[in-house]
Write a protein that binds this ligand. Structure first.
Ligand code: COA
Length: 195
């Protein structure tokens, strides 16, 4: 994997994918990704308004994404296959970046339903974890997963996460408040050079 410095537009390369900070120009592809994965991803996500599945929504939602990366508050990565570079195949996001004495972020991810089961999530998440613990020098990453989301649990385990425990009523999904397992991984090579 190769990585650039943490600036507004980040680019990571894996054997099969290019990951980069998305921008407003990706709005149409984001809407199409959400439409075609509405069923496959819906059970893991909060309820969405119809607008969420439109390019107009994503044009607005993606506008602050590069600045959030520049300001070191949130990092989003859109994954594109090297052999199909216009096709958004997955997302990996680092939310709630906290510096100071905490140096932690919350990981979220998904893969296009038509490409699940090929190891793409593991490949993309592994690259983002390496970036988070390398150039971004975070100490710790957390991820919350539904106990019945066996594929996601397997992705986390393959990427070095360990289960901390069960968080009760931690996220309100379409079916109401749901318990989630909390997973974590810790940076054994933390430099401590970010205030
Ligand atoms: C979870 C998700 C990202 C996995 O994507 P993916 O590209 O299929 O993941 P990978 O192929 O890298 O790895 C999946 C692993 O789970 C395993 N798996 C899949 N279904 C499983 C099941 N029902 N029970 C046990 N293991 C399962 C696969 O065998 C694979 O493990 P292996 O490599 O050891 O064989 C994808 O299913 C998704 O987008 N789901 C909806 C959104 C979501 O759940 N996001 C995560 C929220 S925490």
């Amino acid at each position: 994997m190769s990585a650039t410095r943490p600036t507004a537009v980040l680019r990571l390369s894996t054997p099969r994918m290019e990951l980069r900070t998305p921008c407003q120009g990706d709005a149409g592809e984001f809407a199409a990704y959400r439409v075609r994965n509405r069923q496959a991803h819906g059970w893991t996500e909060p309820p969405r308004q119809e607008e969420y599945f439109t390019a107009g929504y994503w044009h607005n939602a993606l506008a602050p994404v590069p600045d959030r990366a520049k300001n070191d508050t949130e990092y989003r990565f859109a994954a594109f296959l090297k052999d199909d570079p216009d096709h958004l195949v997955g997302l990996v996001n680092l939310y709630n970046v906290m510096r100071g004495p905490i140096q932690c972020a919350l990981l979220g991810y998904s893969v296009d339903a038509g490409h699940m089961g090929r190891g793409l999530a593991s490949e993309a998440v592994s690259a983002v974890v390496s970036w988070a613990f390398g150039p971004a020098d975070l100490m710790r990453l957390e991820a919350n997963v539904l106990p019945e989301n066996h594929a996601s649990i397997r992705v986390l385990e393959k990427c070095g996460f360990h289960r901390v425990g069960l968080m009760r009523k931690s996220l309100r999904l379409a079916g109401g408040w749901q318990d989630h397992y909390m997973y974590e991984t810790v940076n054994e090579h933390h430099r401590g050079d970010r205030p």
